[in-house]
Design a protein around this ligand. Structure first.
Ligand code: BGC
Length: 381
């Protein structure tokens, strides 16, 4: 048992705490470990995929910040394959992880692994994506995902001239043809993003300013399994054939993620919409401030993205991990919104920003997230 090792390291005080903690589900089972040296503690970090830059940045930031705090880190990527991620987490537990930080692929697929973690008193922090249908998740660090959706929709309204950058009505009344895309249905975040976006767009759909020409407005109709660029490109191509072949034009596309945005833009460019917004491309939104998309925004091709500073999320994950390993509860700033189907998971939410061409400098370059050279090149150094 984990707690026994901690007791051995932690002396009499730890003995008392460990005896009380029992190491049960959701108890933050490392409570006896207050006196263990960080270097004796291993933190398993499970990330979904390396095909999207944001997760590489997250993995790097979490690993380096944990190592700076003295912990040993076991960082694994699962190539977006659910069984691979389950196996990686099993191995982390077998190898003696003291705490797990998990960005899940399918938020409902890890119940067995997390039961094993709970049985051994290993605290689990859900990273960015909520883990669902289990009581064995102790804390959740993420962004205000509903607000990300609001921001995506707001930027679409700004791009179409319906709102100004301050969010005031700017005069355009359309009607504008738009299409909607959502993320992967097995990712809890996809639902929050889409809900926030639709709550923002619905009044303009209701009053006729916006027209979803395909009629596809349900998340099940517009979702993109695994958030894949190619899947989004294919759906956009199909929409252009099915709905716009008669000469109607697409004016705007709600896209929940930069990879999806690039697939949409490629389909539109191939269909003759031009190479830039000025030349006829619709307003396309995004998320993550991936470098390839930041360049497209800088070049007037993609209209916007949402910047979620992964360095800050990593920092929050590290602070929360430290709290558990010190036998404390991490500080939550939201204890209402993230019901995982079994319980409301105490959460720490961070804020995000809308990126347009004119604030790339202040949001992304001045903060050191990307350099000017990277933005110009469209790739990370
Ligand atoms: C994350 C987004 C990301 C998406 C695709 C979501 O869970 O919150 O930032 O764009 O996954 O990787």
């Amino acid at each position: 048992m984990k707690s026994i090792r901690f007791v051995a390291l932690g002396g009499v005080l730890a003995l008392g705490l460990a005896a009380c903690s029992g190491g049960g589900a959701g108890s933050g089972g490392a409570e006896g470990g207050t006196d263990a040296e960080p270097s004796d503690l291993t933190i398993g970090v499970a990330m979904p995929t390396e095909t999207s830059e944001r997760w590489i940045a997250d993995g790097d930031a979490v690993k380096s910040q944990l190592e700076e705090a003295g912990y040993t880190v076991d960082l694994q990527y699962a190539a977006d394959d659910i069984p691979t991620q389950a196996q990686q987490i099993d191995q982390m537990i077998t190898k003696g992880a003291d705490l797990l930080i998990v960005a899940s692929i399918d938020g409902t697929a890890l119940a067995n692994q997390l039961q094993a973690a709970a049985d051994q008193g290993i605290p689990v922090i859900a990273y960015d994506r909520l883990i669902r249908d289990t009581e064995n998740v102790d804390f959740y660090v993420t962004f205000d995902n509903y607000n990300v959706g609001v921001q995506q929709a707001t930027s679409l309204l700004v791009g179409l001239g319906i709102l100004d950058a301050e969010g005031n009505e700017a005069g355009a009344t359309g009607p504008f043809n738009i299409e909607l895309f959502a993320g992967s249905l097995d990712d809890n975040n996809a639902h929050f993003f889409f809900q926030g976006a639709m709550d923002t767009l619905q009044p303009y759909i209701d009053n006729g300013t916006l027209v979803v020409k395909s009629g596809q407005t349900e998340i099940e109709q517009v979702a993109t399994l695994r958030w894949l660029q190619e899947t989004a490109q294919k759906r956009m191509e199909d929409l252009l054939t099915s709905t716009y072949a008669g000469g109607d034009k697409v004016d705007g596309v709600l896209s929940p993620y930069d990879g999806i945005s690039r697939g949409i833009i490629t389909a539109l460019q191939n269909a003759g919409y031009g190479d830039s917004i000025e030349a006829g491309l619709p307003i396309v939104t995004g998320q993550d401030a991936e470098i390839a998309s930041v360049k497209l925004i800088n070049d007037g091709v993609q209209f916007s993205t949402i910047f979620k500073d992964t360095r800050k999320l990593a920092e929050q994950a590290v602070v929360s991990a430290q709290a558990f390993l010190d036998g404390e509860e991490p500080e939550a700033n939201n204890t209402e919104d993230y019901d995982n189907g079994v319980k409301v998971v105490p959460s720490y939410l961070l804020e995000s920003d809308i990126v347009y061409a004119d604030n790339i400098q202040s949001l992304l370059i001045d903060s050191g997230y990307w350099t000017e050279e990277e933005v110009a090149a469209g790739q990370a150094d």
